[in-house]
Write a protein that binds this ligand. Structure first.
Ligand SMILES: Nc1ncnc2c1ncn2[C@@H]1O[C@H](COP(=O)(O)OP(=O)(O)OP(=O)(O)O)[C@@H](O)[C@H]1O
Ligand SMILES: [Mg+2]
Length: 282
């Protein structure tokens, strides 16, 4: 099976090569092509993860459909057969591309956490949160937390307080988007729980078209969320954390993180993403 590390669609205007997705301008809209690239700690690996782009696209499409009653999203279609005629010659787009409405991106990541994990856990261990003592990693939080960050053009996204967010985008919009983010996450949890999956946390992005605010980017994928299942009494990670853990391990041993990962880790990641797709969609 071929791995799609990057697309070069002759005749189309490439707007941006993101860490994972290639964006093309299609009249007033955008074609988002999910490649098989993977990134961690703000760096794109040289290793390609076969099928990853297709799986992410399928999962996002599932969540767009299951959240559209909460907020309108950018999706026009993910069905290749419905793409404009001039795109039909690009077979590579099948299953991995979606046509979306172009929005003015609100430059923040809207992160919702239901469990103690990731950077929040690190902060908790340093005593830098208001959370009650006695919590362990991956414990359910007493209430949902909203921890927005900037969307940095380069380098790390930085946490912002809710007050900073209010000052930047206006109080009304900040309150609205926090509320919508909670609703979206709760919907995710509600659907995932029935399939035996726990979503620890996730991030959303929003954009503006004229005066309307819509949900953009990808939704509740294993790239943007932490997915866990329990199997034989053990908790299993089914998201990008597999890669982060591997890279950290190598850093500990060698002093730096590699840009390439071995076949076994590629397969672990691929299997995890496929598992989430199968559990959610079946
Ligand atoms: N409807 C939309 N209109 C305009 N831009 C969009 C839309 N949906 C998603 N995007 C942008 O497309 C890009 C998706 O690519 P990808 O996630 O691979 O990039 P990235 O490296 O994460 O970049 P960024 O740090 O800007 O998110 C993101 O920059 C995202 O904000
Ligand atoms: Mg992104």
């Amino acid at each position: 099976m071929t791995c799609v590390y990057a697309t070069n669609l002759d005749g189309l205007k490439l707007i941006k090569r993101g860490k994972v997705r290639d964006l093309y301008e299609i009249e007033n809209n955008i074609l988002i092509v999910a490649t098989d690239r993977i990134s961690a700690f703000d760096r794109v690996l040289k290793t390609c993860i076969p099928q990853k782009g297709e799986i992410l696209t399928e999962i996002s499409l599932f969540w767009f459909k299951n959240t559209e009653d909460i907020i309108e999203n950018h999706l026009i279609t993910g069905n290749f057969d419905e793409f404009p005629e001039n795109l039909k010659k690009y077979e590579i787009l099948k299953k991995r591309a979606i046509l979306v409405k172009k929005a003015e991106v609100i430059p923040y990541e809207f992160i919702v956490r239901g469990y103690l994990a990731g950077s929040l856990y690190k902060k908790y261990m340093k005593g830098e949160t208001d959370l009650p003592s006695g919590l362990s990693e991956f414990d359910r939080l007493p209430e949902l937390l909203f921890t927005p960050t900037t969307k940095a053009e380069e380098g790390h996204d930085e946490p912002v307080t809710f007050d900073e967010l209010k000052n930047a985008i206006g109080e009304r919009l900040a309150l609205y988007l926090r509320d919508v983010s909670f609703k979206l996450y709760r919907r995710g949890v509600e659907i995932a729980e029935k399939k035996g999956i726990t979503i620890l946390d996730t991030k959303f992005e929003f954009g503006r078209i004229d005066d309307k605010i819509i949900l953009i980017d990808e939704v509740l994928t294993p790239d943007s969320s932490r997915y866990r299942i329990a199997e034989n009494g053990k908790v299993i990670k089914l998201d990008k954390q597999i890669l982060r853990d591997y890279l950290k391990e190598r850093e500990k041993k060698e002093g730096s993180m590699p840009l390439e990962i071995p076949e076994s880790v590629v397969n672990d990641i691929k299997r995890a993403y496929i598992k989430i797709r199968n559990l959610l969609l079946n």
